[in-house]
Design a protein around this ligand. Structure first.
Ligand code: NAD
Ligand code: UD1
Length: 361
């Protein structure tokens, strides 16, 4: 995890989003120079100030779309990038069913365009955000990376396709290196409470929903099904703290800089929690009540996701160190601080004389 003496520059696409913002802070904390590209489609420029405060330095930030090749060429022309971490993408399963073209365009074409721009700039290293969703309904849990892929929706298929694109690229040219990281269920927030997950509208994911219920913003959690073949009948997931995920990206960047080739690595703890266990953990960690009701299963849900994270230990010397209590505490702190703050400003970039927010500036 120790960066080389002259710390290289890392391009982080989607760097103002949930996982990206935590990774930018972790990379800066390890001495890397970070350049962010984000089109603000699912984030806000007001994330930049807390990110810079946590980094203790300014972060060159360019507002634009990863599908815009000229824009990427401009960013890569201005910065001596050595490796890209590619978070920029769309992630809502339901939206992907309604808008498959948009999902393939952003997630697959976005990765293709980034790869072309990196190739043209001679930067042949990328760490890619994939998802456990590529396994579909896994036959084996804990699930190893060698498990067959059977994504059950356009979102999952777009992640699989982007992974395969990168694998083909590495096979075609030995100078290329790619690591696809398959996240299980990211949760939690930076312990400062200043950055975290800010879902737009009704949260799809469990922990952000619980956080809003516990904070009095929603009346009750709906538990999607209690008739799964799991110990208490509710869905079991492998929750991984976003700070642990950020550390894994730092390790993946260091590995990418030292060797080419294609690798695929699960990121999870190997420990599963049911929905009812997460509710209890949240209540216990924060001394709050989380009212809930059991409702029918959510379409497309699987009983259990659990990572076999052996490879992450072997290749990245990484393991999840933060447990469910810490995730619940940190998520709650962020939720309280976020709600106490003024409402989010409109999604127009703030102007700043020393910050490049568009390729033209
Ligand atoms: P997020 O939406 O918070 O972050 C994505 C960021 O990318 C946002 O800031 C958004 O504005 C930006 N973006 C989107 N499209 C863009 C485009 N065309 N050009 C430039 N920027 C663009 O999501 P996240 O939770 O931080 O997830 C990051 C990545 O990890 C995504 O690719 C997602 O699919 C993947 N992932 C997330 C989870 C999860 O549960 N959060 C799980 C598995 C995989
Ligand atoms: C979902 C996505 C997955 C994506 C992941 C992270 C689906 C089918 N899958 O995974 O592709 O990679 O988010 O973005 O959408 N739950 C409730 N009530 C709620 C919310 C969730 O009971 O209000 C339950 C779910 O049924 C599940 C567990 O909580 O058992 C976790 O759900 P969630 O956080 O949405 O993650 P996944 O379903 O694993």
């Amino acid at each position: 995890m120790t960066p080389p003496r002259a710390a290289p520059c890392v391009l982080v696409t989607g760097g103002l989003g949930y996982i990206g913002s935590h990774t930018v802070v972790a990379l800066a904390g390890h001495g890397y120079r970070v350049v962010v590209v984000d089109d603000l489609s699912n984030s806000s420029i007001d994330v930049l100030a807390p990110v810079e405060a946590l980094c203790g330095t300014s972060v060159a930030t360019y507002c634009g779309d990863v599908r815009d090749r000229e824009f990427l060429a401009t960013v890569l022309g201005r910065n001596p990038v050595a490796c890209a971490v590619h978070f920029a993408g769309l992630k809502a399963v339901g939206d992907s069913v309604r808008m498959p073209l948009e999902y393939y365009d952003v997630n697959v074409n976005g990765t293709l365009t980034l790869a072309r721009a990196l190739e043209a700039a001679g930067v042949r290293r990328v760490v890619f955000s994939s998802s456990a969703t590529v396994y579909g309904d896994p036959a084996v849990a804990p699930t190893p990376e060698t498990h067959p892929l059977a994504p059950a929706n356009p979102y999952g298929r777009s992640k699989r396709d982007a992974e395969e694109l990168l694998a083909d690229l590495c096979a075609s040219d030995p100078r290329w290196g790619a690591i696809s990281l398959r996240y299980f269920n990211p949760a939690g927030a930076h312990p400062s409470g200043t950055i975290g997950e800010r879902p737009q509208g009704v949260p799809n994911n469990l922990v952000p929903y619980i956080a809003q219920v516990a904070n009095g913003e929603r009346p009750a959690l709906r538990v999607f099904g209690d008739d799964y073949p799991t110990p208490d009948g509710t869905g079991v997931r492998d929750y991984v703290h976003v700070m642990d995920l950020a550390s894994a990206h730092v390790a993946a960047v260091a590995r990418m800089l030292s060797r080419p080739g294609n690798e695929v690595i699960n990121l999870g703890s190997g420990r599963g929690y049911s929905v009812l266990e997460v509710i209890r953990a949240y209540e216990h960690a924060n001394d709050v009540r989380v009212p809930y009701e059991i409702v029918p299963r959510r379409s497309g849900d699987v009983p259990r996701y659990l990572a076999d994270a052996t490879l992450a230990g072997q290749l990245l010397d990484w393991r999840a160190t933060r447990g469910i209590d810490e995730m619940c505490r940190d998520a709650a702190r962020f939720q309280r601080m976020h709600v106490q703050r003024a409402p989010r400003p409109a999604r127009t970039p703030a102007s700043s004389p020393n910050r490049a927010l568009s390729p033209a500036s």
